[in-house]
Design a protein around this ligand. Structure first.
Ligand code: NAD
Length: 259
């Protein structure tokens, strides 16, 4: 992966950060993105670049703003001499019954979890096509394949991004570019930690019951998926042996969607 360049949206935390660490370790230049404390992001950039001898840039582009998304992709392309790998990972969640679901939450989830990927892909693709090589990985979810109550916007966007994945795979199939969706089950990140109290409220149960009877109940392994497992799967998908894997949904969910 030496000399390849990657953009990972939402990489200041959780799954995106794990993917950024794996890609940098493999020798990729990295464009970090997401919100967070500026000093912590500065030290993350420094750590990734010094430890791995790669360039690590940061864009504070808000994934709800198409112009900022385009600028982030163009900046990466100019600074790195191209964009080889794009990981659409930024995502948010809101848990509420549909009649109580705030319209502004619906709009934000559609923008960040789905429309942002449309904007990154359309801006990054010309750079990949130029080199006849590219890897697009959309971090979807088990919720791209199955639904849960109280997550109308999230489930809609995750099903949507799987459709987008398939279309992009077909349109790029002869260009040396692949586009796949990774569909994780529950991973212990701030996104999941933040929804435990909302789930408790929506279901009228305790937070402990949410973890045991809702979250881990979904996964036959009764374990959270590990961050490193998703980083390692991403590395496989960008490698040469994955050249024929395109347009697919790869589950990493402890057996959730086998049920
Ligand atoms: P997280 O909350 O730890 O990280 C989310 C990242 O997205 C952060 O870096 C945050 O700053 C960034 N972000 C949020 N809004 C943004 C915006 N408007 N513009 C730019 N960046 C923004 O969450 P996570 O659990 O690591 O989730 C990452 C992805 O994985 C999401 O797409 C999520 O749906 C998906 N996913 C998570 C789980 C899980 O159990 N954690 C399971 C399946 C899928």
């Amino acid at each position: 992966m030496k000399k390849k360049s990657a953009i990972i949206t939402g990489s200041t935390s959780g799954i995106g950060l794990s993917i950024a660490r794996h890609l940098a370790k493999a020798g990729c230049n990295i464009m970090l993105n997401g919100f967070g404390d500026r000093d912590e992001i500065d030290s993350l950039q420094k750590e990734l670049s010094e430890k791995n001898q790669v360039k690590a840039l940061y864009s504070d582009a808000d994934m709800t703003v198409p112009e900022q998304i385009n600028t982030m992709v163009q900046t990466a392309a100019e600074s790195f001499g191209g964009v080889d790998i794009l990981v659409n990972n930024a995502g948010i969640q809101h848990v509420a019954p549909i009649e109580e679901f705030p319209a502004e939450k619906w709009n934000a989830i559609i923008a960040i979890n789905l429309s942002a990927a449309f904007h990154t892909i359309r801006t990054a693709l010309p750079h990949m096509k130029k080199k006849k090589w590219g890897r697009i990985i959309n971090i979807a979810s088990a919720h791209a394949l199955a639904a849960s109550p109280f997550k109308s916007a999230y489930v809609a966007t995750k099903h949507g991004i799987l459709g987008l994945t398939k279309v992009v795979a077909l349109e790029t199939a002869q260009e040396g570019i692949t586009c796949n969706a990774i569909c994780p089950g529950y991973v212990k990140t701030p996104l999941v930690e933040g929804q435990i109290s909302d789930q408790a409220k929506a279901r009228g149960i305790s937070e402990e019951s949410v973890v045991q009877d809702v979250i881990l109940e979904a996964q036959p392994t009764k374990k959270f998926v590990e961050l490193d497992e998703i980083g390692a799967l991403t590395l496989f998908l960008i490698g040469d042996y994955a050249a024929s894997i395109t347009g697919t949904a790869i589950s990493i969910d402890g057996g959730w969607t086998a049920k």
